[in-house]
Design a protein around this ligand. Structure first.
Ligand code: VG1
Ligand code: CO
Length: 544
C-alpha cells in the first residue's frame, strides 16, 4: 500500500458558504484545489479512523473524477469504509438518509445544487455530520481555518474504483461499497406516506401529475417512486435522465427556470399537479393547474395538514423557518399551539432543532421544505406530502391554498434577486443599510411605519452558539417586512436578495398578483436601500 504525502500550498478562498464550498469547475480542477479542501475536512474531524463515510453527488460534470480522488484520500486518511452511490450519484436527501441509516461518521456531498453544471459551470463540495445534516458553523469554520494553513495532503496510489458496478471492493485497507442510489430513500418515503392512497389517486384516471427533474439527480428517484411504485403512467416524469450539464439548463425549480413544466401546467387541459426539483434534489416547486404555490405557503399548508399524513399524524413538536421565509407558518404554529423557530438562512441551522425534537417540519422560502425524517431539505418528500394531502382531501391544489388563506390570511411574498453585482458595490449597499438601522424605528414611509429594524442575529437554543449579521430586516407595524441579505452560494460577484412580505387578512383581497400587492413595499425598498444606485441595476435579474 503506497500512501503519498503531497506537499501543497493553501488557497485563500476555501471558505464554505451557505451550503458548502462552491466554485467554478475550472477552479476545482486547479492543481491540489479539491485535495486541499478534502484534507482540510478530514483534519478538522476527530475519531473517524476505521469509521464509515458516505460519498455521492448530483452527477454533474467532475463528479466522478472528484469521487475517485476522495476515495483514495479517505483510504490514506484511514477511514474504514466508504458507501458510495452507484455511478457516484446520491441526491442530497438520499445521502442524508444513508448517513443516518448506516450510522456513518459523516458524508461528503458533491453538488452545487441549483447552479448550472458542465465544464464551464459550477461544482461544489459539502461535509455532513453523523446526524446526516450539513456541518454546523463551528465545523465549517474549522475547515476554513485549516485550509488556510494546510501544507500537505494524504492520498493512496491505487486504481480507480468501478462506480457503476454494485458491490464491495478494497482501496488499500478501506472497503468501498457501491450501493443502489434509490432503494433506502424510497423505503423511507414509503414509511412516511400513505402509498396505497397515493397509488389509488395516480391510477384512478381522473388525476394527472407531471414531475420535472430538470435533467438532474431526482430522475431515477422519481421514476422509481412515482412511475414504478405508485403507478403513475410512463411519461409522468419529464427530463428524468440526469445529465452532467443538466442539458445546459439551470436546475432550479422556480417559475423562471422550470418554464417547460410551467407551460404544461398553465396550458390547455394541463395536469392537476406539477412539481420540479433542483440539481441535487433537495428543493421543490409545487404547482396546481394554472396555479403556483409559494414555498412559504407550501410549508404552512404542509404544517396545517400534517395530521392527515401517516408519518406526522401523531402531532408536530414544533416548526422552524429561515428568517427571510414568510410568516405564514407562524400563524399555523400559533393556531395548533406549537413553537415556531426563526433561524438564519441555510439548512445547517435546523439540525439542532430537529435533533432536540424542538421542530418536526422546517422550511425556507427558497423552495426548500423538509422534516425530521432526515437532516436536509427534501424535494421529493415535499411532492409526496402534497400528493398525500391531495389524495385525502380530494380537492384541487388551488382550492386547498384558497381555503388555507381564508383560515389564516394570506402572506403575500416575493424575492427579488440582483445577480452578479460587483462585490464591493454590494457590500457598500449592506454597510449603508446597517448604518441606517438605528435611524429607522418609528419612521413613517407613506402608509408604512417602521416598528423595528436590525441585522438578524441568531442564538441556537440548543447549543447557545451565536450567528450574527444574517440579514438586515425592516419590520413594519402592520406585519409587513423587507429583508436584505447577500447570497452565500454564488460563484460570480455578489447576489443581493430582497425579500418582501405583506399580510392580508381579508379574503376579498386574496386574488392579487403578488408583485402588485407588494408594489409599495418594492418602491420603498429602493428608497431605503438605494438598490438602483448601489448595484447599478435597473431591475432584479430574477423574481420568484
Ligand atoms: C440559497 C438559499 C438558501 C438555501 C441555500 C442552499 O442560499 O437562499 O435558502 O439554503 O441556497 O440551497 P443563498 O445564501 O444563496 O441565499 V441548495 O438547494 O443550494 O443546497
Ligand atoms: Co439544492
Amino acid at each position: 500500500m503506497n500512501i503519498k504525502i503531497v506537499s501543497t500550498q493553501p488557497f485563500a478562498d476555501q471558505k464554505p458558504g451557505t451550503s458548502g464550498l462552491r466554485k467554478r469547475v475550472t477552479v476545482f480542477q486547479e492543481l491540489h484545489y479539491l485535495e486541499n479542501f478534502v484534507q482540510s475536512i478530514f483534519d478538522s474531524l476527530e475519531g473517524y479512523q476505521g469509521q464509515t463515510l458516505v460519498v455521492g453527488g448530483d452527477g454533474r460534470y467532475y463528479n466522478r473524477q472528484a469521487i475517485q480522488t476522495i476515495l483514495k484520500m479517505a483510504a490514506a486518511n484511514e477511514f474504514g469504509r466508504v458507501l458510495v452511490g452507484q455511478g457516484g450519484v446520491l441526491s442530497t436527501p438520499a445521502a442524508s438518509c444513508i448517513i443516518r441509516k448506516n450510522q456513518a461518521f459523516g458524508g461528503i456531498i458533491l453538488s452545487a445544487s441549483h447552479n448550472p453544471g458542465g465544464p464551464e459551470g459550477d461544482f461544489g463540495i459539502k461535509y455532513n455530520i453523523s446526524n446526516g445534516g450539513p456541518a454546523p458553523e463551528k465545523v465549517t469554520e474549522a475547515i476554513y481555518a485549516r485550509s488556510k494553513t494546510i501544507t500537505a495532503y494524504r492520498i493512496l496510489e491505487a486504481a480507480d474504483v468501478n462506480l457503476d458496478q454494485l458491490g464491495t471492493s478494497q482501496v488499500g485497507s478501506m472497503t468501498v461499497q457501491v450501493i443502489d442510489s434509490v432503494t433506502d430513500y424510497a423505503q423511507l418515503m414509503e414509511s412516511l406516506f400513505d402509498f396505497d392512497r397515493i397509488h389509488h389517486l395516480l391510477t384512478s384516471g381522473s388525476f394527472r401529475m407531471c414531475m420535472d427533474s430538470l435533467h438532474a439527480v431526482t430522475g431515477p428517484y422519481a421514476h422509481a417512486i412515482f412511475e414504478q411504485r405508485l403507478g403513475a403512467p410512463a411519461g409522468t416524469v419529464i427530463n428524468g435522465i440526469p445529465l452532467e450539464d443538466f442539458g445546459g439548463g439551470h436546475p432550479d425549480p422556480n417559475l423562471v427556470y422550470a418554464h417547460e413544466l410551467v407551460d404544461i401546467l398553465y396550458g390547455e387541459q394541463g395536469p392537476d399537479f406539477g412539481a420540479a426539483s433542483d440539481g441535487d434534489g433537495d428543493r421543490n416547486m409545487i404547482l396546481g393547474r394554472k396555479f403556483f404555490v409559494t414555498p412559504s405557503d407550501s410549508l404552512a399548508i404542509i404544517a396545517a395538514n400534517a395530521n392527515i399524513v401517516p408519518g406526522y399524524s401523531s402531532g408536530l413538536a414544533g416548526v422552524a423557518r429561515s428568517m427571510p421565509t414568510s410568516q405564514a407558518v407562524d400563524r399555523v404554529a400559533a393556531h395548533i399551539g406549537i413553537d415556531c423557530y426563526e433561524t438564519p438562512t441555510g439548512w445547517k441551522f435546523f439540525g439542532n432543532l430537529l435533533d432536540a425534537n424542538k421542530a418536526t417540519l422546517c422550511g425556507e422560502e427558497s423552495f426548500g421544505t423538509g422534516s425530521n425524517h432526515i437532516r436536509e431539505k427534501d424535494g421529493l418528500w415535499a411532492v409526496l406530502f402534497w400528493l398525500n394531502i391531495l389524495a385525502v382531501r380530494q380537492q384541487s391544489v388551488e382550492q386547498i391554498v384558497q381555503e388555507h388563506w381564508k383560515t389564516y390570511g394570506r402572506n403575500y411574498y416575493s424575492r427579488h434577486d440582483y445577480e452578479e453585482v460587483d462585490t464591493e458595490r454590494a457590500n457598500n449597499l449592506i454597510t449603508n443599510l446597517r448604518s441606517l438601522i438605528p435611524t429607522l424605528k418609528g419612521k413613517q414611509f407613506g402608509r408604512y411605519q417602521v416598528e423595528y429594524s436590525d441585522d438578524f442575529s441568531y442564538t441556537d437554543p440548543v447549543d447557545g452558539s451565536v450567528s450574527q449579521k444574517q440579514g438586515v430586516r425592516i419590520l413594519f407595524t402592520d406585519g409587513s417586512r423587507i429583508v436584505f441579505r447577500l447570497s452565500g452560494t454564488g460563484t460570480q460577484g455578489a447576489t443581493l436578495r430582497l425579500y418582501l412580505e405583506s399580510y392580508e387578512p381579508d379574503p376579498a383581497n386574496h386574488a392579487l398578483d403578488p408583485q402588485q400587492a407588494l408594489a409599495t413595499l418594492i418602491t420603498l425598498s429602493d428608497e431605503i436601500a438605494q438598490i438602483h444606485h448601489f448595484t447599478g441595476l435597473e431591475k432584479p435579474t430574477v423574481i420568484t
